[in-house]
Design a protein around this ligand. Structure first.
Ligand code: ZN
Length: 272
């Protein structure tokens, strides 16, 4: 069974839910650490000879096109994370459509290849923003990894399918992995959940998905392996989930790459 490994390429200050603290006009004032952190992830992947999908933010690609070229040259898939990391439910259709288009034009220009996949900032395709899927299909995307089948204050559709499905005739939705326990879906394999859960539970959960014939989808951010990053002065609850157990991520990622097979999303879904 081949699982999907996904990396969201954004900087340490791209924290969803606290945009008022860190508006986009101020981003250039912060020290950027995304290149060095992404290089560390690339080295971990190269060591295990594993390829992944990198959902790159347009803002980062515009600032560091050489980073996007390097990721592509190492055989990984480049996909889009939008341009400005805006929550979809805080935008109208036209604004989302433009943000997406800007990111696709830029990424396709940098690598000279068609972009097939999308992940929304903070999984913000929710029940009220399912129109996003029409715009993704219109702009030629073939898959999306944004609909989290769980309950969370900022994202999720609790009763959405847990495994890859046709969201539109030419658009597959591949949800981040969850495990079903006591009638509810629990996220297992990315962000806070990946940092919070002990490795043996993550491993057991992925084994269970694979034994059901389903690929897991893991997600990691470059700032999650950066134990030296500056700390943002944000609300306690966001600070807790954002920084909790960051020192565990590099080790867990290496263990995961040793225990399971991974490939880019487009290969797992056999697209393109
Ligand atoms: Zn993000």
């Amino acid at each position: 069974m081949i699982n999907a490994l996904t990396i969201d390429i954004e900087d340490w200050y791209h924290v969803c839910g606290v945009e008022h603290n860190i508006p986009a006009e101020k981003w250039d004032e912060y020290e950027s650490r995304v290149v060095q952190n992404t290089e560390k992830i690339l080295a971990i992947l190269a060591d295990k000879d594993i390829k992944a999908t990198f959902f790159v933010l347009g803002y980062i690609a515009n600032k560091f096109p050489h980073l996007v070229k390097e990721i592509d040259a190492q055989g990984h898939e480049i996909a889009t994370h939008g341009f400005w990391h805006r929550l979809i439910y805080r935008q109208d259709k036209d604004a989302f459509s433009k943000d997406l288009k800007d990111s696709l034009v830029l990424l396709e220009d940098i690598i000279g290849k068609k972009i097939l996949g999308h992940r929304a900032a903070s999984f913000s395709i929710v029940k009220d923003t399912l129109w996003t899927l029409d715009i993704l299909a219109e702009q030629g995307l073939r898959y999306d990894c944004s609909i989290f089948p769980t309950i969370h204050p900022r994202y999720g559709i609790a009763d959405a399918p847990r495994f890859p499905y046709d969201a539109k005739p030419d658009l597959i939705e591949f949800p981040p992995s969850t495990i079903r326990l006591m009638g509810a879906n629990f996220p297992i394999a990315g962000g806070f959940y990946f940092r919070f859960l002990p490795y043996f539970l993550i491993k057991t959960a992925i084994r269970r998905l694979n034994s059901q014939g389903q690929p897991a989808q893991i997600y990691v951010h470059p700032w999650e392996i950066d134990t030296q990053q500056p700390k943002l002065d944000i609300r306690f609850d966001r600070s807790f989930t954002h920084y909790f157990n960051i020192s565990s991520v590099a080790g867990k990622l290496k263990a995961l790459l040793g225990d399971f097979n991974f490939a880019p999303v487009k290969e797992v879904l056999r697209i393109g």
